[in-house]
Design a protein around this ligand. Structure first.
Ligand code: XMP
Ligand code: MG
Length: 172
């Protein structure tokens, strides 16, 4: 397995993340939001995004895994780590690497909504709308991408490639 081509360069990622940070800053300046990152793919996006949010905020994380580690989601999602913050009455922004079939984020947002936050919005770096199976829409989207398996900047193939500073397409 190797990288066939670069889809999003480090500079493109940082430019867009600065814009997302500005949008979140406008919407959440007075709200002390809780940014909830979805482990592990969102780590780089989470840290770069929150550094662009210059107002009070809190961090928390959930772990979600779908069984199977190939390029296809099995569709069965389980929680591997829950948040530690009491989200009741809080403004929550879920930060995820990619919205693909939507099954992971539907599971995660259903779970977090059961904790009765004041609001819950979704911020994803990548959106692959062609593959959607669950009715989930993101409120903040970095890039809409075609239906190709991508790696890098947190995203993995069999746990590798997360440390690439760009997002690339794997050779088939
Ligand atoms: P679903 O299908 O549940 O997918 O919306 C969300 C999770 O599936 C993984 N995923 C990918 N991982 N390249 C990856 O490295 C991809 O193109 C890709 N598409 C989906 C990812 O873990 C995400 O959280
Ligand atoms: Mg993931």
């Amino acid at each position: 397995m190797e990288i066939e081509r670069i889809l999003l360069t480090q500079a493109q990622l940082q430019t867009r993340i600065r814009e997302l940070g500005a949008a979140l800053s406008a919407d959440y300046a007075e709200k002390t939001p809780v940014f909830v990152g979805v482990l592990r793919g969102a780590v780089h996006f989470f840290t770069d995004l929150t550094l662009r949010f210059p107002h009070p905020c809190q961090y928390d994380f959930v772990g979600a895994a779908s069984y199977g580690d190939g390029t296809q989601s099995s569709g069965q999602v389980r929680l591997t780590k829950d948040v530690m913050t009491d989200l009741k009455g809080r403004h929550v922004v879920v930060v995820e690497d990619i919205l693909d079939t939507g099954l992971t984020l539907r599971f995660v947002t259903d779970h977090l909504r059961s904790k009765q936050p004041a609001s819950l919005k979704l911020c994803v770096l990548l959106d692959k709308p062609e593959r959607r199976r669950a009715n989930v829409a993101a409120d903040y989207v970095g890039f809409t991408i075609p239906n190709e398996f991508v790696v890098g900047y947190g995203l993995d193939y069999q746990e590798l490639y997360r440390n690439l500073p760009y997002i690339g397409v794997l050779k088939p």
